[in-house]
Design a protein around this ligand. Structure first.
Ligand code: 2NL
Length: 344
């Protein structure tokens, strides 16, 4: 039995030495130290030994078991250390390398453009006014000289919440509310930016939701020439000092007289090209003198007060400025599109 134990020890230690990975080592452990292993077997067979030999063999079997177990533990520690060392070698990092720049977001092109326009008008003494996007029929239409059944309502079909409440179709209700708050006393000088909604089928030039910026100035003795001066200053600051403006007669239910404003085409300098469709002029906004009915409904005496108003679409201005061919680019949030307009 002694020889058998010595043999087992030699055999086991050799296998421990040969084990190349954790699994092989575990196999050796199970094979020699497990419940069904040879040492357990020796211990079990001790009953057949002469009484005086039992403690000697027992002691020896325990020593052998202990030695094998220690060898396995040592080997395991060694393997773990080697694995860690290998990992540390492989994962060495050069802390002096420059870091990867963090991805930063930025304002949306439309947000930047709206803020740029706001700043120009703030520079001329205007204030910013905002109002609800879910609006009463009264402020969206009625107060703007568009009574129920007016044919111009058809052009601004909307999303109705109830008979009397709808998603606003323009930002004009904000101006109507602002005038009302002033209780018939001027001056009112506001810029109203915001989202508006129309029942439209989306395509390259139409969207059911888009943005507007409108402006309103109400005071005593406001004349068409004031409108022209303000819009001329705006156009030159926004598009370049060399640009000319042109007003053409138009119609809006809430202004009288009404005009449309063009700026001279930068591409061809007025000669006519594809951008201005051969005319030399590009349409930028609509405007006019506030209709007396609108002033009166807001509480102003139209014999004492006059005003001008204008409205433009930031999407259209951005499309002209940057040559964007599809309005849907503004709303699909493709960062490859949006990142092109981040200012450094
Ligand atoms: C356009 C034209 C316009 C107005 C908006 C307005 C508002 C009040 C009274 C009178 Cl409260 N007018 N707004 C006036 C003329 C034109 O917008 O083409 N917008 C994109």
């Amino acid at each position: 039995m002694k020889e058998r134990l010595v043999e087992l020890k030699t055999e086991a230690l050799e296998k421990v030495a040969q084990a190349e990975d954790a699994k092989a080592l575990q196999d050796v452990k199970v094979q020699y130290l497990g419940k069904k292993g040879p040492i357990t077997e020796v211990l079990r067979g001790m009953g057949k030994l002469p009484k005086e030999e039992r403690p000697v063999i027992g002691q020896m079997a325990n020593d052998v078991r202990e030695e094998i177990s220690t060898a396995i533990d040592e080997k395991q520690t060694k393997m773990e250390e080697a694995a860690l060392e290998k990992q540390l070698q492989e994962e060495t990092i050069d802390v002096t390398l420059p870091g990867r720049p963090a991805q930063t977001g930025g304002p949306h092109l439309l947000t930047s453009l709206i803020e740029e326009i706001e700043d120009l008008f703030i520079g001329m003494g205007f204030e910013i006014a905002e109002g609800p996007e879910v609006e009463a029929d009264y402020y969206n239409f009625e107060a703007l000289n568009l009574p129920k059944g007016h044919p111009a309502r058809d052009m601004q079909d909307s999303f109705y919440i109830t008979e009397e409440i709808l998603m606003r179709t323009h930002t004009s209700p904000v101006q109507a509310r602002t005038m009302e708050q002033h209780k018939g006393k001027g001056p009112v000088k506001v810029i109203c930016p915001g989202k508006v909604y129309r029942r439209d089928t989306d395509d390259a030039t139409h969207s059911h939701q888009f943005t507007q910026i409108e402006g309103l100035l109400v005071d005593k003795h406001v004349r068409m020439s004031d409108l022209k001066g303000v819009l001329n200053a705006f156009a030159k600051q926004m598009f370049g000092e060399e640009r000319e403006i042109r007003l053409r007669p138009s119609f809006f239910p809430f202004t009288e007289p009404s005009v449309e404003m063009d700026i001279s085409c930068k591409m061809c300098g007025g000669e006519g090209c594809s951008v201005c469709k051969g005319t030399g002029w590009i349409e930028i906004l609509g405007a006019g003198m506030v209709h007396p009915n609108v002033l009166e409904m807001a509480g102003y005496d139209p014999n004492e007060y006059t005003g001008f108003a204008f409205g433009m679409g930031p999407e259209r201005i951005a499309m002209l400025k940057y040559g964007i061919d599809d309005i849907r680019h503004f709303y699909t949030n493709d960062v490859r599109f949006l990142n092109q307009f981040h200012k450094a």
